[in-house]
Design a protein around this ligand. Sequence first.
Ligand code: OGA
Ligand code: NI
Length: 369
Amino acid sequence: MDSEKWPEPIIRVQALAQSGITSIPQRFIKPKFQRPTNFTTTQSFLHDHDENSNNNLNIPIIDLQHLKGDDKKLRAETLERVSEACREWGFFQVLNHGVSHELMKCARNVWREFFELPIEVKEEYANSPSTYEGYGSRLGVKKGAILDWSDYFFLHYMPCSLRNQTKWPSLPTSLRNVINEYGDEVVKLGGRILQLLSINLGLNDDFLLNAFGGEKDVGGCLRVNFYPKCPQPDLTLGISPHSDPGGLTILLPDDFVSGLQVHRGDDWITVKPLPNAFIINIGDQIQVLSNAIYKSIEHRVIVNSNKDRVSLAFFYNPRSDLLIEPAKELVTKETPPLYPPMTFDEYRLYIRTKGPCGKAQVDSLLSQK
Ligand code: OGA
Ligand code: NI
């Protein structure tokens, strides 16, 4: 297969949505078992009409402000809340995370503006499956695959040597600056969270950062997702179920429209984002490094018929050519290593070729040991 090219002509979902269709093409219709259940037409933040039985459930919300203060008890309590969220959920929201709220708003807005630009402008950045960098509309190169109802922009931020701003949109004019500022703040936050996870795992506080290659060499990519409104939201998904292949994801959700759902037991829990919060989730590489003490969790995105939705997913990853394997400190006779060593470059080929496949990849490694 030619990995430089998409297997068939690309459909821009936003353009399709704007064309005024009232039913969606077959290519976007998911098999019945994958379709969203308990579907509510308006996925707004007011959940009073939500028929979902998990109406009141939400992922843990953790205020990080006491990590900085002198109060040891409050600090320990915060660490414990993070620990529990990592063990029990793999997903949590953080408040008082240190990133400027104004900057979060600007970042969301410049990307909304980008997606509002004419299609020809966006097409200048059309991506290919060799690096995925640029404007894209599918994940995976399987010919005839059922597609997700979203477009995206994907860019490399870290290491600096991979940061190529000429591949970033030149419009709106403030975009490159805003993304540089935002990226720096989010990378700092990622480093702080890796430290908390290291401590909670009983490792040196710089263990995970070092395993990722150290401050200068960690990987970081931004995927800006655009989910156009959809005339038949009950038949499709914005993103199919997947776990994030990388280390840690720092997600800035839309401030008006929800859509992210987290798999828990047999249910899909709709995340209700708090204003100015980030959503953090564990990726497959931390599942491997922690020898499955922390697990990456399957998630998906549903769409709706009323509103477009934008989200910024920052993937904080190991340097792509380092071998990632269970930490020796966490391997014992009773808990032997569950995963073979593998570089992230090798690892991410799977999702880049096959598209989102739930937790199939990390689970398939289990049987290789
Ligand atoms: C992703 C993702 C969730 C969202 O980009 O990997 O899961 O809410 N995004 O857009
Ligand atoms: Ni994801």
